[in-house]
Design a protein around this ligand. Structure first.
Ligand SMILES: [Zn+2]
Length: 114
C-alpha cells in the first residue's frame, strides 16, 4: 500500500528533525498534501496510526491540509483552479499549463507538547 510507505517516510523524516527526547513529546505533525499526490487521506491516517504504535512517536497525530490544484496557463497567463483530471486552461482551453499547486507532500510543522 502506497500510504503505508508514506506514513513510514513521515516517521523517518520527523525523527531526523527532532532529538530522541523530543520524539516522545511530538503532539501534532502538520502536513500539506496536494490533490495530485495520490494519497487517500483516511488511508494515510490509518497507516500512520499503525506505524506509530509502539514507536517513540505514539503520541503524535497528523493534521493534514489538503491543497487543491492550481495551474498557470503559458498561453494566456491566467492562473486557475483545476478539477482533478483536467489538464487544460479553463479560460482558453490551452493544454500548455504549469502546475502551481496540487503536488505537495510536505511536512510543514512539528508541534511538541511542553
Ligand atoms: Zn489560458
Amino acid at each position: 500500500m502506497h500510504e503505508m510507505s508514506v506514513a513510514q517516510n513521515i516517521l523517518e523524516i520527523v525523527r531526523e528533525h527532532v532529538s530522541a527526547e523530543e520524539e516522545y513529546k511530538i503532539k501534532t505533525i502538520r502536513l500539506k498534501i496536494g490533490e495530485l499526490a495520490g494519497i487517500v487521506p483516511d488511508s494515510l491516517l490509518f497507516c500512520f496510526d499503525a506505524v506509530k504504535n509502539g514507536s517513540s512517536l505514539h503520541n503524535a497525530s497528523l493534521d493534514v491540509e489538503y491543497v487543491s490544484i492550481t495551474a498557470q496557463c503559458k498561453h494566456c497567463g491566467k492562473t486557475s483552479p483545476l478539477d482533478y483530471g483536467v489538464f487544460f486552461c479553463p479560460a482558453c482551453s490551452n493544454a500548455d499549463i504549469t502546475l502551481l499547486t496540487g503536488n505537495e507532500l510536505n511536512i510543514v510543522e512539528i508541534e511538541l507538547d511542553d
